[in-house]
Design a protein around this ligand. Structure first.
Ligand SMILES: [Zn+2]
Length: 337
């Protein structure tokens, strides 16, 4: 099992980049009796990309691998809040639940409350694919059409944070008209969670600007085209396998997009996609449901994970009984506008 965070590669083979410390000296080798070789593909930001190609096997998984790599390069949440923290807004009930249980919910993306939010990514995707369409093969266009027409993919779980703590907009939008609270967290405290399965757990900024969102979908379409062409030339194009891979990656891209009118939210998200797990994460998860909202928790993903809560800020209109909050050892200032 290799995890190369430099080249954003994860899999049973060594990292395919030449001269990588996690890589292999030989450009071709036998794996389970089959020939595997290093293939160079197109450039991103002036650097060529590489993948292992297995003799006689479709390279559909490479299109997904390269798209995921581009997503991390374009939109990874390397830097977070101006002050180094991030903030999870919630109502009073949510606050009590989080403090008592020590875990956060990750909601099934299909059950997020705002329908328009979900549609936004699909609209940008359609416009981007339409613009590229004349340059793409028939097989690629057919796959993109199917992605656009399909229902939202299952198995994508999202938890939301803001990078700003003190804004009346955030208090009213996300903390029940200021009667809720915000948990101040240390993003570095999430590293343990991300590291337990880096290809199934992403920490990403939400993209609001059209060009950023379109760029993400253009990466998807461009890699798909390159790999479809590669496999067509080898006589190994397998539409169903491409569709399965691209449906999953499309499902990971949609929660990274929101309408530009929501720009001031400045949201970042932890996105968990168990289907991408290299550690069989899906078998450890018990999906629960409350009020038509399907969710998993941070503790499902990593049982030993402790939320890195630094303090709790109570909303200007918070009226709950503070003595019944499980806030041992936490700093709990009443919010002052
Ligand atoms: Zn590498």
């Amino acid at each position: 099992m290799t995890l190369c965070l430099t080249h954003i590669y994860g899999g049973v083979l060594p990292c395919p980049w030449p001269d990588c410390a996690e890589g292999a000296a030989d450009a071709a080798f036998e794996f389970n009796g089959t020939r595997v070789w290093r293939q160079r593909f197109g450039e991103v930001f002036g650097e060529p990309t590489y993948a292992w190609i297995i003799d006689g096997v479709t390279a559909a998984y490479v299109a997904a691998q390269f798209t995921r790599r581009a997503m991390a390069q374009v939109n990874g949440a390397h830097s977070v809040a101006d002050d180094g923290f991030m903030y999870h807004f919630t109502d009073e009930t949510g606050l009590r639940g989080i403090l008592a249980s020590g875990e956060l919910w990750l909601t099934d993306y299909r059950d997020l409350r705002d329908e328009q939010e979900i549609r936004d990514g699909q609209q940008v995707a359609k416009a981007t694919f339409d613009a590229l369409r004349p340059d793409l093969q028939r097989e690629t266009n057919s796959l993109l059409d199917t992605l656009l027409a399909a229902p939202l993919p299952s198995g994508v779980y999202v938890s939301c944070f803001c990078v700003m703590r003190a804004s009346s907009y955030h208090w009213s939008e996300f903390a029940a008209d200021s009667s809720g609270a915000v948990l101040e967290m240390d993003p570095l405290g999430f590293e343990q969670l991300l590291a337990c399965d880096p290809f199934a757990i992403q920490f990403t900024r939400v993209a609001y600007i059209w060009d950023v969102k379109a760029g993400l979908f253009a990466h998807l379409a461009t890699w798909l085209e390159e790999l479809v062409s590669f496999d067509l030339a080898r006589g190994l194009f397998a539409r169903d396998i491409y569709l399965r891979e691209m449906t999953q990656i499309f499902g990971e891209l949609l929660p990274m997009c929101k309408d530009v009118s929501l720009f001031r939210e400045r949201e970042i998200r932890v996105i968990v996609t168990p289907a991408q797990s290299k550690t069989d994460l899906a078998s450890k998860l018990a999906v629960r449901q409350t009020n038509e909202r399907r969710y998993i928790t941070t503790r499902d993903v990593l049982p030993s994970f402790a939320l890195p809560i630094k303090s709790v800020l109570l909303g200007p209109k918070f009226t709950g009984d503070i003595s019944k909050l499980a806030i041992d050892g936490l700093k709990v200032p009443k919010f002052v506008a």
